[in-house]
Design a protein around this ligand. Structure first.
Ligand SMILES: [Zn+2]
Length: 398
């Protein structure tokens, strides 16, 4: 008996030592501000072999499970639209590992009635970027780096929800689109690209989570067991620059300043106490500056990494007067790019027009995913034919 007991104790200790490896889960794609810290034990891969590169043109690297609350005919069309979108992305990105999507097609609640769809990575993991700063990587992207040791991944990479209350148009119907209909394929492509990591971490949840008005923006904050241990950006944010008095200042600078507001591992009794402490620090002015930029047209740009598909700054969506966590920053500028080949990642979709029409209007680019969008995906770490060796992060074992 004694032997058994000590054995159990030793095993428990082993588990704790390996469990201190946090990652972030987003159970609801419609509400990413409600994220949860989870313990993700290290996984050591004995087989890091990538999927074969052959037949990339026709291979679909996306596996989509659909919970479809509608009639069988419509559900079949939804499935086909997902497959087509997965193939389009697989043509452009040199994916190495399959991406698993958990999609739901259903009526959304009254408060979500204007949402066509919403998507979020199921989990983000902490990896060290090339500039030695730890950032959050969505697991769909993290998987592509084939790291020998990595934090445990979720079964699904991407969570998606689509609104069944809209009148959707499908190409396979061979009918003219009606003025009130939305092309489902446009929305699916757009949403999957968010799931791949086209998402900024800058938002107003520090204040909204404790029912306060928005006066500033911050990246995610590491707040675990009532201890604060720093603000942390998404990999997308590594390339963001805030334009302040005509000067371009990296968003990481603002994050570094905010990280001076509270010493690491400071304990708090409540979230409210934490929020108030950050807001009463002299560094809160940086949060205010980012909010100002996020709500002033042409004030935040994405500067792509070297030698990607686009070598100029890309303007992000900052024209909305009131910051909107799902729309501002995490899209390209609608005013600038709606009529270009990069239309797929503007924040609004307009009814009565098809994907084909948008591609034509944008200048008939070879893919519905335009060069600016591809360069953003290349910058965060996806390989393509013309950019086969993207910047890779490393994983630090805790
Ligand atoms: Zn979007």
């Amino acid at each position: 008996m004694k032997f058994q007991l000590s054995c159990i104790l030793a095993f428990t200790h082993f588990l704790i030592a390996f469990a201190a490896n946090p990652c972030i889960d987003y159970p609801d794609p419609l509400n990413p501000a409600r994220f949860e810290f989870t313990d993700c034990p290290n996984i050591i891969e004995d087989d890091t072999e990538d999927l074969p590169n052959v037949e990339r043109g026709i291979q679909n690297f996306f596996h989509v499970d659909i919970n479809c609350y509608s009639n069988a005919i419509l559900c079949k069309k939804i499935k086909k639209a997902f497959d087509d979108a997965g193939k389009e992305i697989s043509k452009v990105l040199k994916l190495k590992k399959k991406i698993y999507v958990n999609a739901t097609f259903e009526s959304l609640s009254f408060s979500e009635r204007n949402t066509l769809g919403s998507t979020y990575p199921t989990r983000s993991v902490f990896l060290i970027s090339d500039d030695k700063i730890t950032r959050l990587y969505p697991q769909a992207l993290a998987k592509q780096f084939s790291l020998k040791t990595h934090p445990e991944y979720n079964k699904y990479d991407i969570n998606s929800r689509f609104n069944a209350d809209f009148s959707w148009w499908f190409k396979a119907d061979n009918k003219k689109i009606k003025p009130y209909q939305y092309d489902f394929s446009v929305v699916v492509l757009h949403e999957l690209i968010h799931g791949l990591g086209f998402i900024s971490s800058w938002d107003n949840s520090l204040e909204t989570d404790v029912y306060q008005y928005t006066t500033g923006l911050t990246p995610y904050y590491y707040f675990y067991g009532n201890k604060f241990d720093g603000f942390i950006e998404n990999i997308f944010d590594r390339y963001l620059k805030v334009i302040e008095n005509k000067k371009k200042i990296p968003s990481s600078y603002y994050t570094a300043q905010l990280n001076k507001s509270i010493p690491p591992m400071t304990p708090f009794y409540t979230r409210l106490e934490f929020t108030n402490k950050v807001k009463s620090s002299p560094q809160w002015k940086y949060a205010k500056l980012v909010l100002k930029a996020a709500t002033t047209n042409n004030s935040i740009v994405f500067t792509p990494a070297k030698r990607t598909s686009w070598n100029q700054d890309i303007y992000l969506e900052t024209s909305l007067k009131y910051f909107d966590a799902g729309s501002s920053i995490s899209h390209v500028s609608q005013l600038k790019y709606r009529k270009t080949s990069d239309f797929i990642m503007t924040w609004q979709q307009f009814p009565g027009q098809t994907l084909e029409y948008f591609i034509q209007r944008g200048g008939n680019y070879k893919s519905p995913i335009g060069p600016r969008i591809i360069s953003i995906l290349e910058s965060i770490g996806y390989a393509t034919d013309t950019h086969p060796n993207p910047v890779k992060p490393t994983f630090h074992n805790h």
